[in-house]
Design a protein around this ligand. Sequence first.
Ligand code: SF4
Length: 469
Amino acid sequence: MTVFPLKFKPAADGGFFFADDAGGYFKSDEDFLSRYVSDTLSGSDREFLLRGGHAFEEPGDLAYAGFEFRFASRLYVPGPLDYIILVPTLRCNLACGYCQVSRVNENTPGFDWNADTVEAVIAFLGGISAPKMKIEFQGGEPTLRLDILSRIRDFCRSRFDQCEFVVCTNLQNLTDEIWDFLSLPDVFVSTSLDGDVSTHEFQRTFESRRTAQFVNNLDAAIARLGNGKVSALPTINPHRPPDPKSVIEAYTSRGMHSIYLRPVNFQGFARKRYDAHASSSIWNNYHSRFIDELVEYNWRAETPAEEYYFVHCLRRILRAGHNGHVDLRNPNVVGHGYVVIDHDGKIYPTDEARMVSRVGQFDLSMGDVFNGMSTATIDALNQEASNNFHPDCVHCAYQAFCGVDLVDDLSRYGRIDVPKHQTDFCQRHFAMFDKIFAMIYSDDPKVRKSMAIWAGVPNFDPSLARWHR
Ligand code: SF4
């Protein structure tokens, strides 16, 4: 019998956590670890490993093929280009302190698509062969150019079999025309509600009149468009976070039960205001407290709530192919399934790549809508986009569940070869997986209730917390 390589780490609650390259995992003790590393496995060790899919009798047998299938299923393969983020203007009617998108003031000229850019974007969209298309309008504040949004929408409807449009708006000033656009059946709204209302005012609106205007518009949007069409995200400053309870209350009281906590993204111009290093441990503590608060909430609540990214990571542990988040994939090949078109017609593989380029760190553009795409730079980056052979990740027990974010590394450190454990990406995900596995192995009925809900099963199956004793 041959054992597939096992990676291991001490578990917070005692014992050791083991995982293989295909994402199979279990816990055991130091004695087993000694037998494993000294190649003196007992009969019961061998039986456990074979039964759990961590070993095979001979190459090509069922256990071997099953492992290879599970391993391959965890790898991300980009699909056709069918998701495009459009930035028709950089102008915005708010000036949030941490704005990631390098906005300009509402009245600044020269930061909108001109007529030539609009035509070139339409020609670019016309050259895409995918049958369906998702367009996300970002900015700046995209509703300042409703004329362009309408033009793009009309073209896409005539060009693709199926379309979906997401308007990322601050919901600050809404005219009748904007309401009409947002009310269309294939249009969805994405906005920001930074935790509780007072935090939102501190971070975004700065005065009570504007805060009230936003809150009225948000509540009206939910009432008029329905919950399924309005999503909101809180951007959290980990140095001044709102109380988790108040965030849960602000969202669930509006019927929004999936909360995607995002730390302030220390990229682009936001760097000038905030410390880009040393925030991951503060964030990890806050995020962990938030999850604990959700567990308490779900114990009593009629309609449970979730933290979107925690649930995404949990499901990524429990099953293969959960690649729906662009920040957590392996390999994280960029510039294929989706792209971003900036206010000047330049094409970028991700929004973060747009910011890295805009502040002059690196030029990560992939050509423009006038002359077409060129992927030479991105292809070079993509050669490093896998964690399977990374000299640090290859030893990490969480490697099969984790991913890579090279643009984030470039943005924060100006290079991609910083030791992984020193990166914000690694520190945040390592802590996240620690938390999830502590909860998978928890006996607390409150934790088990939430974990079942978040895993999408009626009861949390104890076999998910496998031990070899
Ligand atoms: S980035 Fe960190 S947590 Fe993720 S696999 Fe690599 S070492 Fe592990």
